[in-house]
Write a protein that binds this ligand. Structure first.
Ligand code: SAM
Length: 231
């Protein structure tokens, strides 16, 4: 997989892309991630990538020219399966969408700023819009990182134990069961006995039951979906 991220503040992306699972995936060439500075594509002599909104109102809007030029030059080099714009006025990202995206080859992510981006960019260039939640951040860099991390951890060979991603919350529509590690007794608090019993079938059933119980309590919306599906 190759991911091109276009940003007017590329410095924001440096740390998160270089460490932990994403950093290791890049080093071992499981994913190629290239960050592009939008300002290097503007023809404005002051390096501006924004302007006042037509019709008035507060805030600035990202102009089409640098974005069209940057994406145009990337598309000359290779074809892209998706051009993604993270934005709060879009459907909220979920695990099923992430699973599908992780199977793609080449992806562009465009980070917005200010009031957002000129609608013509969205109409002409963007193929997928996703929100990371019903709240507003200052820029698209954190949402882009969330997208990248959620996709990259699913790529073959990235997680030490491939099974690990499969029993995470949301993969089967449920929240995950609680997890414990050593010591079995800590400050008088015991790990549930079934987890140290060595009985794999009992452990599986316990996890299934806890996953259902936690989903019902914490996310009744997800629980209802599961119940409706199985009826
Ligand atoms: N005026 C826009 C609106 O009301 O929908 C919000 C613009 S926001 C201040 C600037 C940029 O941050 C957006 O263009 C987007 O790229 C990013 N952003 C902010 N919140 C986001 C969210 N919840 N999900 C995805 N991207 C978000």
């Amino acid at each position: 997989m190759r991911i091109d991220i276009i940003s007017a503040v590329p410095e924001l992306l440096k740390g998160p892309l270089d460490h932990s699972i994403v950093g290791r995936a890049r080093k071992s060439k499981k994913v190629e991630i290239v960050v592009h500075d939008l300002r290097s594509h503007t023809t404005d002599k002051h390096g501006k990538v924004d302007d006042y909104p037509f019709g008035g109102g507060a805030g600035l809007v990202m102009t089409p020219q640098p974005v069209f030029d940057c994406i145009g030059s990337l598309k000359k080099e290779r074809s892209y399966d998706a051009v993604i714009f993270p934005t709060p006025d879009a459907p909220v990202l979920d695990q099923q969408t992430v699973n599908k995206l992780s199977l793609l080859g080449n992806i562009i992510i465009l980070c917005g700023h200010y009031k957002g981006i000129d609608q013509r960019i969205r109409d002409e260039l963007i193929t997928l819009e996703v929100s990371i939640g019903d709240y507003v951040l200052s820029g698209g860099e954190l949402p882009a990182m969330i997208l990248v991390d959620s996709m990259v951890r699913l790529l073959p060979g990235v997680l030490g134990d491939a099974e690990s991603a499969l029993d995470d919350s949301h993969q089967d529509g449920l929240l995950s069961a609680p997890v414990y590690t050593r010591p079995a007794k800590f400050r008088g608090l015991n790990v549930p006995a079934v987890l140290t019993s060595g009985n794999h079938e009992k452990v599986r059933l316990w996890r299934e039951e806890k996953a259902l119980q936690r989903t019902r309590e914490i996310r009744p919306d997800l629980y209802r979906k599961i119940i409706n599906k199985s009826n």
